[in-house]
Design a protein around this ligand. Structure first.
Ligand code: NOJ
Length: 559
């Protein structure tokens, strides 16, 4: 029996990411808000998620969708008030849903009062020391494109690993450490179950800020595995340990268990993640590695095997992720020529690409069953439960992501996965607001069939599939945290068993595949072909508990 105080609830939780600006708009201004989230909590309760992670809703000039925070202790008026936040946490708790908030500690907004003070103060002043000001820049590049330094009128430069309106904090300054402790306590006092930590590997920069090799590309959205002097500095482990102490000083209230953290750290190489997981600071590290994986069983298997081994060896939690607000939606990723996923061309970066939406949808549905059958926790990005595709056709002048301009418009940016959700009706705004409004990003004209309302009424919809999978996950003891064993069903089939008596089989090939012996099909992502599993389809099977067939290979063992 789990101890109420220490239960690490996050280890098999399914967490739903809400991007507040695009979830639901209660005040009818074309942008989502916290009252909108509250009004749609029943959607999340019906879906059956354990927790909600809210992307930033803090006061912000929105230079980077709110990841440019001007005040860490308030709600942006466009999203509502602190009272709305409290009401949201309470309403979510009534439905058994925890709330996690996003903390953005690498940088703030250039409108943050401390940065304004720093600009007004002299070079060498304590105000400037809270940021990274230098007389000369080094050669680091912004993760959004362009240089990572901007010059101020007195000739000094400040560092921004992202947009110029997102100055990096100096984590070696005690004011910064203390300020963020207050931020954690402020939201913990308001009942949050934990934090998603933005850019969690970059807070400390190597002393002396050494130059990068001249040909360096960004290490952020395209992880290259090579160490860079603004990532993985040893001080981070100590910092996250101190945050853990703060979190653990909050006893369980509404929900059992400790408060959690999930860190945004892009790693390719498990060795990079190991120190964080083996340490006693962070509860979870996102596992983003399935997102860029092309639709091929050996590729999926390699990532799953390596990630599962990492979790098993460290005892850490590395939740699976197939979508978020930074990455093209999976229907679109899986609906294009997979050679382009392996090696994106300039046209791909500009969204000039043929998408087979039916194919992408079939695969995304199969991938969802895989995601929710894997051992451990999973994160679902809003709209993936509706099978939304990326909106590629946003006109250039409507695009908001700073990456679009900072890359000289060589990359269309991340707006296509941030489009306001379609809830009901036949035309934009599809119930996103209850009146005709111009939404902050335009919605496509062909989303009528994808609305939550429409899908609620359709037994075979993607929404129905997610709900059924989450319901099964709650009642089936084989699912959630634990171990897995590969089933060898040929090179194009991804199959694994979970004890007792469960198997996932996904056909990533082009020919129908035979299913292993089973008692019953619990769930299928699409129609079966008699006894065969068609391509781009996955099933959950109930198998005989004691006799897996064919013989299982344990995860991590060579085949
Ligand atoms: C990661 C966030 O997910 C992304 O949206 C943001 O642009 C960067 N961090 C910078 O905060």
């Amino acid at each position: 029996m789990a101890d109420r105080n220490t239960d690490p609830w996050w280890r098999d939780a399914v967490v739903y990411q809400v991007y507040p600006r695009s979830f639901a708009d209660a005040d009818g201004d074309g942008e989502g808000d916290l009252r909108g989230v509250r009004s749609r909590l029943d959607h999340l309760a019906d879906l059956g998620v354990d927790a909600v992670w809210l992307s930033p809703f803090y006061p912000s000039p929105m230079a980077d969708g709110g990841y440019d925070v001007a005040d860490y202790l308030d709600v942006d008026p466009r999203y509502g008030t602190l009272a709305d936040f409290d009401a949201l946490v309470a309403d979510a708790a009534d439905r058994g849903i925890r709330v996690i908030v996003d903390i953005v500690p690498n940088h703030c907004s250039s409108e943050h009062p401390w940065f304004r003070e720093a600009l007004a103060a002299a070079p060498g002043s304590p105000e400037r020391d809270r940021f990274v000001f230098r007389d000369r820049p080094n050669n680091w590049r912004s993760n959004f494109g362009g240089p990572a330094w901007t010059r101020v009128p007195d000739g000094q430069w400040y560092l921004h690993l992202f947009d110029s309106r997102q100055p990096d904090w100096n984590w070696r300054n005690p004011d910064v450490v203390e300020m963020f402790e207050k931020v954690l306590r402020f939201w913990l006092d308001r009942g949050v179950a934990g934090f998603r930590i933005d850019v969690a590997a970059m807070l400390y920069k190597q002393e002396g800020l050494p130059d990068l090799p001249a040909d360096h590309e960004t290490a952020y959205l395209v992880p290259d595995g090579s160490p860079v002097p603004y990532e993985h500095q040893p001080e981070l482990l100590e910092l996250y340990r101190s945050w853990r102490e703060i979190l653990d000083s909050y006893p369980p209230e509404t929900f059992p268990g400790r408060r959690g953290t999930v860190a945004e750290i892009w790693f390719d190489d498990a060795a990079r993640a190991r120190p964080y997981l083996a340490g006693d600071g962070l509860a979870q590290l996102f596992n983003f590695r399935l997102m860029p994986t092309p639709w091929a069983a050996p590729d999926f298997r390699a990532v799953i095997e390596d990630s599962h081994r990492l979790a098993a060896e460290t005892g850490g939690s590395v939740p699976w992720v197939l979508g978020n607000h930074d990455v093209p939606r999976m229907v679109t990723r899986y609906g294009v020529d997979q050679a382009l996923v392996r090696a994106p061309t300039p046209d791909v970066l500009l969204g000039r690409i043929d998408v087979d939406r039916d194919l992408g949808t079939r695969r995304a549905r199969a991938a969802a069953l895989m995601l929710l059958a894997l051992p451990g926790a999973a994160y679902i990005y809003q709209g993936d439960e509706l099978g939304l595709p990326e909106h590629l056709a946003i006109p250039g002048d409507a695009r908001q992501d700073p990456m679009y301009e900072r890359t000289g418009r060589a990359f269309i940016g991340r707006d296509g996965c941030r489009v306001p959700l379609p809830w009901s009706g036949d035309a934009a705004p599809y119930g996103f607001a209850d009146r005709a409004v111009r939404t902050w990003l335009p919605q496509p004209g062909d989303w009528a069939e994808l609305t939550a309302e429409r899908q609620r009424a359709e037994p075979g919809s993607t929404l129905a599939l997610y709900r059924a999978a989450l319901a099964e996950r709650r009642r089936n003891p084989a699912l959630g945290d634990g171990d897995m064993a590969w089933l060898d069903l040929g090179p194009d089939v991804l199959a694994f068993a979970r004890a007792p008596g469960f198997a996932l089989v996904a056909n990533l090939g082009t020919a129908p595949a035979a299913l292993p012996a089973h008692e019953r099909v619990l769930l299928a992502s699409g129609p079966l072909d008699g006894p065969l599993l068609p391509p781009d389809t996955a099933v959950w099977l109930r198998t005989a508990p004691r006799s897996p067939n064919p013989p299982a290979v344990r995860a991590g063992e060579p085949r």
